[in-house]
Every structure is written in structure tokens, then in C-alpha cells.
Write a protein that binds this ligand. Structure first.
Ligand SMILES: Cc1cc2nc3c(=O)[nH]c(=O)nc-3n(C[C@H](O)[C@H](O)[C@H](O)COP(=O)(O)OP(=O)(O)OC[C@H]3O[C@@H](n4cnc5c(N)ncnc54)[C@H](O)[C@@H]3O)c2cc1C
Length: 419
């Protein structure tokens, strides 16, 4: 049986696996991607109703890579964010203009981002395999690791210098690698759907903390808002069973009338919520990326932003210097222990702090009543009035941390790299 030998094999073709595949292929590596799902068909709308809130730093990252312009016309700028508590004092208002920017971030429908990244893989020459899952993984031998892939019709053997596990929260590849993981199933699910308010949203996003979980409304195109409504699973179940009119009445009671009447504008999808964190995402010639490495509560919309920084971080760790023409040069062996250790060291702090902060927001603020509630309300009022505190919050919302911008912006087009 013949064995195929790409430099890098990626398991999972979600947004993170796809971005990693397209980017690494442009860096000059041969990349094979295996996705469990069927090949996307043109003109088929995805059942994913999410609008990804991408921080300004993530938009910059996609722009540096040359991808932003393909989704920009479907994105909606977040010009301001209002954070409040239902039934409590205190409110924080962040305005992009106060921080010298036109937008704090952008909301991009998953239904637009995912096909764009898929197309980016094709354009970069990634070897794409759908209906394919990992059937087994051998220990590393020399500078390669063998993986067994089960396709729709047959099983094949592959050997790669680096295996990237981007196969989501339950990551079968993470299990096969035997990497330990901390998991917590939140007592919460999220219902995600679009509504059309009577009043224009003017690019305003809302994050409202309620006694059953956070409720976010994100600005979308055509005056719509994308609702992320977190509540205990049995409450979500009831809301799915009740009719649309009843569900909207309850949403209106919880959100209020700031935007006038909220009218239904699309199907509802339910997402179970879980915190997953692999403290050490590195194994021999293998690395966890995206939800396989860390899945966080959607409060504050941080998960994909964090994972996009993972992909940028991996590219930074692979970079060895410059070629004579000034473009970046990359490591000949992408799975070398030194590369993977440098990546893990570089990403530890960002990942750890986002996992901890989102967990605190999701659980710590859930029942903020009594003295704790007053303290929180006072804290929010103080942040709203104190410019340095507001600046710090806005910087973190915009995700403008250090990125290897030179590397991102100077990646060659498909097939021109020379690791
Ligand atoms: C309700 C909600 C709202 C969110 N909103 C935001 C937001 O506003 N902003 C933000 O930054 N983040 C947000 N997130 C987080 C974001 O959705 C995740 O960070 C992102 O989906 C992670 O992408 P991924 O590619 O790692 O994983 P996934 O999207 O889970 O993709 C994993 C892929 O692997 C494939 N796969 C699984 N098993 C196998 C296998 N055995 N073999 C081959 N393929 C396999 C799957 O089919 C899938 O395509 C939100 C999350 C939720 C739940």
C-alpha cells in the first residue's frame, strides 16, 4: 500500500483547521486536510446561525493574510458595546471613536467565513479530503508520524512531519495522542438566531448579564441583530418547544425595549456549552489547535479570536528569518520539538488568561446579588467613568495584542514558499 507523505496533516476542517491549512500551505509546506463532514456544495446555506464577533486584532490578522476583503462586504462593524446587568445598577459603554477607531471589531456570519476559508484552502493548493476521519495514530518514528485515515470508501496510510488536531471540542485526535484535558460542561446552552429590531442598531453590540446567563445581541447586515441567549439546558429546551411569538416575547422582556420591538428573522440553533483546556497542547510531532486545545464560553465572543491568534503564533514559531528577497523563511521541519515548544511557550499566557476570564464572566457573574451585586454595579460604574479603566477594557475587547505582522503580511501566494 502506498503511503502519502505531506509535511503537515490537519484533522478537522472547521474555521481553525482551514485557516491553518491555507496559511501553512502558502508558507510553502505541503498540507493535507481531513474533514469528517461532506464537501461543501455551492449555494447551500450552512445550518450555523452564529455571527462571529471578531475583535479588531483578528480583522487585522485576516487582512494581513489577504482574506478580509473576501468577507468584508458581509461584515458589520461594531461601533460601540454596551455591557449591563438585568435588574441591577451599573453599565459600561465602550465607543470605538473614544479610542480613535472606526470600529471595535466586526461581526461576520459563520455562513460567510467558513466558505471563504474553504476557498482559501483550494486556492492555496491544500490537499482536501472530506468524509474522512482519523482511524489511528502510530507513535512518532524519526522525523515523521503515521496516521490512518478512514475515508468514505477505504482506509489509507499517511505520514507527516507535523499533525495538527483541529477537530473540535471532543477531538478524537487529542484522545489518540493521549493529551490530558480539563473539561467542564457548563449548566448552560446557547440559543442562537437573528432578530430584526424596529430601530436601527447603529453598530451597537449589547452584552447583558442576567440571572440565567449572558444575553448578547450583535449587529448584523440589513438591520438584523444576532442573538446569543445563554440559559440552563432545560430552559433552552422549553424555549425551543414554545412558539416563535412566545420566545420573542420572553426575549423582549429580558432584553428590554432599547431597540424597539424585536421581530423574528431566521431559524434557531442550540449549542451546548463546555469549557475545555489542554494545559499542554503539544505531543511528539503533534499539536492541538482551536477548540481541540481550548473551548471557552461564548460570553464576550473570544473563542475564535483566540484560535486565530494560535494560527498566527504557529506561523511565528515556524519562522526562521528572512529570505534574500525579504520574504519570511520557515523551518524545514515543522514538527521539530524546538518549534512546538516555542509555540507552546508563546501561547500559554494568552490562552490561560482568556480561559480564566471567560469562565469568571460565565460563572462568577451568574448570581451576582446582594453585596456582591452592589460591588459589581459599583465596579461597572467606576469603569464607565474612569478613562484608563475604559481604555484597558476597550484594548482587551479589540484584541490588539502583539501579532507577527511582518510574517502574516508577507506570505507568498500558493506554492511559492521555500521551507
Ligand atoms: C454560541 C457560540 C457563539 C460563539 N461566538 C463567537 C464569537 O462571537 N466570536 C468568537 O471569536 N468565537 C465565538 N465562538 C467560538 C467559535 O465558535 C469557536 O472558537 C470555533 O468554532 C472553533 O473552531 P474550530 O475549527 O477549532 O472547531 P470547530 O468549529 O468545532 O470545527 C471542528 C471541525 O472538525 C471536524 N471534525 C470533528 N471530528 C473529526 C474527525 N474525527 N475527523 C475529521 N474531522 C473532524 C468537524 O466536522 C468540524 O468541521 C462561539 C461559540 C459558540 C458555541
Amino acid at each position: 500500500m502506498s503511503v502519502q507523505t505531506p509535511d503537515i496533516a490537519i484533522i478537522g476542517g472547521g474555521p481553525v483547521g482551514s485557516l491553518a491549512a491555507a496559511t501553512l500551505s502558502r508558507a510553502g509546506y505541503s498540507v493535507a486536510l481531513f474533514e469528517r463532514g461532506a464537501a461543501p456544495k455551492p449555494d447551500t446555506t450552512r445550518p450555523d446561525t452564529r455571527g462571529y464577533a471578531l475583535a479588531a486584532g483578528s480583522v487585522q490578522l485576516l487582512d494581513d493574510l489577504g482574506y478580509w476583503s473576501s468577507v468584508a462586504d458581509q461584515a458589520t462593524p461594531i461601533r460601540s458595546i454596551v455591557v449591563s446587568r438585568r435588574g441591577g445598577l451599573g453599565r459600561v459603554h465602550l465607543n470605538a471613536r473614544d479610542h480613535g477607531r472606526a470600529a471595535l471589531g466586526q461581526v461576520v456570519p459563520a455562513a460567510a467565513l467558513d466558505p471563504m476559508l474553504n476557498e482559501a484552502c483550494r486556492a492555496a493548493g491544500v490537499d482536501l479530503h472530506y468524509d474522512s476521519t482519523l482511524a489511528g495514530l502510530d507513535p512518532a518514528e524519526g522525523d515523521r508520524r503515521t496516521l490512518h485515515i478512514e475515508g468514505a470508501k477505504d482506509e489509507a496510510t499517511w505520514s507527516a512531519r507535523l499533525i495538527l488536531a483541529a477537530d473540535g471540542v471532543s477531538s478524537p485526535t487529542r484522545k489518540a495522542l493521549g493529551l490530558p484535558v480539563q473539561r467542564l460542561r457548563y449548566d448552560a446552552d446557547a440559543l442562537v438566531f437573528d432578530v430584526r429590531p424596529d430601530r436601527p442598531h447603529n453598530g451597537q453590540a449589547f452584552e447583558r448579564f442576567t440571572d440565567e446567563g449572558p444575553l448578547a445581541l450583535l449587529p448584523q447586515a440589513d438591520g438584523r441583530m444576532n442573538v446569543v441567549w445563554v440559559a440552563p439546558p432545560q430552559t433552552c429546551e422549553q424555549r425551543l418547544e414554545q412558539g416563535e411569538a412566545e420566545r420573542l416575547r420572553e426575549l423582549q422582556a429580558r432584553f428590554g425595549w432599547t431597540l424597539g420591538r424585536l421581530r423574528p428573522a431566521g431559524p434557531v440553533v442550540r449549542f451546548p456549552l463546555e469549557r475545555v483546556h489542554a494545559p499542554d497542547p503539544v505531543a511528539e510531532r503533534a499539536l492541538l489547535l482551536g477548540n481541540a486545545a481550548h473551548s471557552v464560553h461564548p460570553v464576550a465572543g473570544q473563542g475564535l479570536n483566540l484560535s486565530l491568534r494560535d494560527v498566527a503564533g504557529l506561523l511565528g514559531a515556524l519562522r526562521t528569518g528572512r529570505q534574500v528577497d525579504g520574504t519570511p523563511a520557515f523551518a524545514a521541519d515543522p514538527g521539530a520539538a524546538a518549534v512546538l515548544e516555542a509555540y507552546a511557550k508563546d501561547r500559554r499566557q494568552d490562552v490561560g488568561s482568556v480561559v480564566a476570564a471567560t469562565d469568571f464572566l460565565a460563572r462568577g457573574l451568574l448570581h451576582a446579588a446582594g453585596l456582591r451585586g452592589h460591588g459589581l454595579g459599583a465596579g461597572m460604574m467606576a469603569v464607565d467613568r474612569l478613562r484608563p479603566a475604559r481604555d484597558a477594557l476597550a484594548r482587551s475587547a479589540m484584541g490588539l495584542g502583539p501579532l507577527p505582522r511582518h510574517t502574516l503580511a508577507h506570505l507568498p501566494a500558493a506554492g511559492q514558499g521555500t521551507p
